[in-house]
Design a protein around this ligand. Structure first.
Ligand code: SF4
Length: 350
């Protein structure tokens, strides 16, 4: 069986929503122009990184000319030519910000990692698959036991959880995986914390505690995603013989308009990038001390538990209903066909 980390995030937000999206395959995606523009930048940057350019001007020029070609075929409805021109300027400014913030360093890291012998498409995507295998008891009436009178204990089920990174490179003792995302907003407090111990650990644990009034699906999903990506990077590192003792996972936002400034007189756009290394907020020092790898026993075991419930088909919102109703239902594409939501609205109206 295979799952995606996006599916797990949906499940954490609302199990019933996961059922609509993944079991019944009802389309409720909210992919919009932002995702499409991030995809253009993702492809432009990966083309530049794969080109072997390691000086600023060459790297930027390759990214800009790739973006120009992609933009010509970009099918997005704009109000006016001026808006279309402006959106392209924002994308170009984002490429410049990326190259100056981390792109040049990462291009050098990629060149050192391939060393002229490893095919660059092994470590530069876009969207390189990485995965983690999670072992859970087989689902059934009673988990792990064959339904019926035999009571035979079933072998655990292996579930592959998939995620993606856009490129990988060796940086000192670490192998780094980088994923382009629209913004870092879903990370919530993870953006501003530098370690697991403290409120990151507390809020993660509390999210799963029905008695605690904490509902943090996006940050929790980001930590589970980190567990998947780091394990996938370890596998990739060993398969490609990349060396390095540890793995790290970095997200780079490409559609964060909060850092964009526009000079309407000169018609110029500038922006800057804040990147997030999720490794330090994920790793717990106890597990690291035991394994010498970037792992977290609490997150890893919770990943197994969530995957186990998902495989089991536990889609009832259950004791999270009040939080789901307050926070997830109002922006849910399945609200019109969801029994829980409709029943709650009828009760409210009556
Ligand atoms: S409407 Fe609410 S309960 Fe129903 S699937 Fe959406 S989020 Fe879940």
């Amino acid at each position: 069986m295979e799952l995606t980390h996006n599916g797990i995030e949906t499940y954490l937000r609302c199990p019933r929503r996961y059922e609509f999206a993944s079991v019944y395959a009802l389309d409720g995606s909210d992919d919009g122009p932002t995702d499409d523009r991030v995809d253009l930048l993702r492809r432009a940057i990966c083309t530049a990184l794969a080109s072997g350019e390691t000086d600023r001007d060459g790297l930027l020029e390759t990214a800009l000319s790739t973006l120009s070609s992609l933009w010509d075929d970009h099918d997005e409805r704009f109000h006016s030519r001026a808006q279309r021109r402006h959106e392209r300027q924002v994308l170009e400014a984002t490429l410049r910000a990326y190259v100056d913030r981390v792109g040049l360093d990462h291009a050098g890291g990629i060149e050192r990692t391939t060393s002229g012998s490893l095919p660059v498409d092994e470590i530069v995507g876009p969207s390189l698959p990485v995965s983690r295998t999670v072992t859970v008891p087989q689902s059934g009436e009673k988990r792990g036991v064959e339904p019926g009178p035999s009571n035979r204990v079933l072998a655990p089920e292996s579930v592959t959880v998939e995620a993606e990174v856009d490129y990988v490179f060796r940086d000192g003792p670490s192998v780094v995986g980088v994923r382009f995302v629209p913004t870092l907003a879903p990370l919530g407090p993870l953006r501003y914390r530098s370690e697991w111990d403290g409120d990151v650990a507390e809020r993660f644990t509390d999210h799963f505690d029905p008695a605690a009034d904490v509902y943090d699906p996006a940050p929790v999903a980001a930590l589970l995603e980190t567990a998947v990506v780091l394990d996938g990077l370890r596998t990739l590192r060993d398969r490609l013989d990349l060396g390095g003792k540890t793995c790290r996972y970095v997200q780079v936002p490409l559609a964060d308009r909060s850092k964009t400034s526009v000079n309407w007189v000169s018609e110029s756009v500038e922006t800057s990038l804040e990147i997030a290394d999720l490794t330090d907020v994920y790793v717990d020092h106890h597990t690291y001390g035991l394994t010498h790898e970037h792992r977290n026993e609490t997150v890893d075991s919770r990943l197994e538990a969530v995957v186990g419930r998902l495989v089991e088909g536990a889609f009832d919102p259950g004791d999270r209903w009040e939080q789901i109703r307050g926070e997830a239902c109002p922006e849910c594409a399945y609200a019109v066909c969801c029994e829980e939501r409709i029943a709650a609205e009828v009760r409210f109206d009556g």
